[in-house]
Design a protein around this ligand. Structure first.
Ligand code: DQA
Length: 143
């Protein structure tokens, strides 16, 4: 059983990018954490990052055939992307757990809106990389 863990724009810069907000862990470090957390739950991970909205749409479609669920940190596209919203609806009932490293509700008003949340199984934000582990646990509990 494989979980797609999909990461959106600028998350390749983690470690260097605004460390006071996003911490010092790199995306490779988070991928390792996810692999370990998933293994303990009897799951495999397919961990990916893209800076391109359409690529993320394609991966959500691909997950319909290959994954038991998606952990999605759509980064800035969270707040803008009708295409990602529609892609998640297109693969229902495949569960999507929305993750953000930072607490988006404690930040600028434009980050308070999520195009993902209305169709997500749930949303975890504000706990840094731990959020990915929590999302995997949440998915495992639904299987
Ligand atoms: C983010 C929060 C978004 O608002 C932001 O655009 C990101 C990262 C997070 O993980 O905290 O790029 O998704």
């Amino acid at each position: 059983k494989t979980v797609f863990i999909l990461n959106g724009p600028n998350l390749n810069m983690l470690g260097k990018r605004e460390p006071s907000i996003y911490g010092t862990q790199t995306l490779d470090g988070i991928a390792d954490l996810c692999r370990q957390s998933a293994q303990a739950l009897g799951l495999k991970t397919d961990f990916r990052q893209s800076n391109h909205e359409g690529v993320l749409v394609d991966w959500i479609h691909e997950a319909a055939d290959k994954a038991v669920g998606i952990v999605l940190n759509a980064a800035a596209y969270t707040h803008t992307s009708i295409a990602l919203c529609d892609a998640i609806k297109a693969v229902q009932p495949l569960p999507v757990v929305e993750v953000h490293l930072s607490n988006i509700h404690a930040r600028e008003a434009f980050r308070h809106v999520s195009m993902i949340a209305p169709n997500a199984a749930g949303m975890i934000c504000g706990f840094g990389p731990l959020g990915y582990t929590l999302a995997l646990q949440a998915l495992a509990s639904r299987l």
